[in-house]
Design a protein around this ligand. Structure first.
Ligand code: UT7
Length: 334
């Protein structure tokens, strides 16, 4: 572990890697599984297809490892130089054993410590705060943050309210001290535990341990009251993004991109409209991946990486189970 106590520095994202499984679950496929249709799904969510991790013994870490290895290869960094691995996920390989520890070991990050963050769809956003704090405090030099979820492992493919939305994927970002003045600028995060009745997995935790009854009643699948989650997501993502923009006195014309969690195209459009951003300044890939929970933000960054330049002002916004939500401001560093 490279403990460097060199004082406050700005943290920057200095590299990206991503992985999505090959198998595509299209709206046409879903038409054969539940009472739905392509027109409804596309009009109500903006999704055309999602990726699904097929095959036995392929957990979330399978995708996280692929994304991390791609990043290390691209950056030509020896894994032993990584100080810390954080995995944001709601679909860990196992309860108790941290998925991040498995990822760190498999990529050869032998000098790293590793743990998971669970904040549902806000997991990567919150993780960026942790990663950048670890860097800007001067405590560590290289922090690998991965957002990864195998949503297909907790989705009920008989439930049309959830199975049309979610997909599998992973994205990784490296945080290092910025060698310019660009990097993590500001964050506004909140949570509200009373929202947990609207978006949850009811059983399998300490509140309701697994039993025959919980299995029979499908209580290990993801449940959501879509309408309530939708309304809360729109209002909180809008408020958080506005707060960040206002208090940093950012001229909206100078924003390069809004980087919104990909839950529903209509939520994304509402946030963009509220902060007055045209669609070409809104990162968007929901059409091809659906909602990959903790992976949406790094998958977006990875898809748009080539379009980004040093100094680009990015506004992140996310909302998820808990409820958890927030917005952040980052200036791109490369
Ligand atoms: O990632 C963070 C957490 N998740 C989210 O942010 C997701 C938030 N919620 C949503 O994205 C939306 O609420 C959904 C996409 C889940 C649902 O869209 P909606 O516009 O809120 O639909 P609804 O639940 O109000 O249903 C409208 C109608 C209903 O029919 P009636 O009662 O009007 O006749 C539903 O039964 O659409 C029907 N419906 C469907 N029809 C075809 C609901 N799901 C489907 C479906 N296919 N899959």
């Amino acid at each position: 572990m490279n403990y460097i106590n060199s004082g406050p520095k700005k943290a920057a994202i200095t590299g990206l890697g991503a992985y999505v499984p090959k198998h595509r679950l299209t709206n046409a496929d879903l038409e054969k599984m539940v009472d739905t249709n392509d027109e409804w799904i596309f009009a109500r969510t903006g999704i055309k297809e999602r990726r699904i991790l097929k095959g036995q013994h392929k957990p979330t870490s399978f995708m996280a490892i692929k994304a991390a290895k791609k990043l290390l290869r691209k950056k030509n960094i020896a894994p032993r130089r990584i100080d810390m691995v954080i995995v944001a996920t709601i679909t860990p390989d196992m309860n108790v054993a941290a998925t991040a520890a498995q990822v760190a070991t498999e990529i050869g990050a032998v000098n790293a410590f590793a743990y998971d963050i669970q904040a549902a769809c806000s997991g990567f956003l919150y993780g960026m705060s942790t990663a950048s704090s670890m860097i800007s405090s001067g405590r560590y030099k290289k922090v690998l943050l991965i957002g990864a979820d195998k949503m297909s492992s907790i989705v009920d493919y008989d439930d049309r309210a959830t199975c049309i939305i979610f997909g599998d994927g992973a994205g990784a970002a490296l945080f290092e001290a910025s060698d310019s003045d660009y990097g993590w600028e500001d964050e506004y995060f909140r949570s509200n535990g009373s929202g947990r009745k609207y978006l949850n997995i009811k059983a399998g935790g300490s509140l309701l341990p697994a039993s025959e009854v919980t299995v029979e009643n499908k209580m290990h699948f993801l449940y959501q009251d879509g309408k309530t989650v939708f309304k809360s997501a729109v209002s909180e993502m809008c408020n958080a993004a506005e707060k960040i923009i206002k208090r940093n006195k950012i001229d909206t014309n100078k924003i390069a991109y809004l980087v919104p969690h990909q839950a529903n195209k209509r939520i994304i459009d509402a946030v963009a409209k509220r902060i007055n951003l045209p669609s070409q300044k809104v990162m968007n890939n929901i059409e091809k991946y659906g909602n990959t929970t903790a992976a949406t933000l790094p998958l977006l960054l990875n898809d748009y990486e080539k379009k980004l330049s040093p100094g680009d002002k990015l506004i992140f916004a996310a909302f998820g189970g808990g409820f958890t939500w927030g917005a952040a401001y980052l200036t791109w560093s490369y």
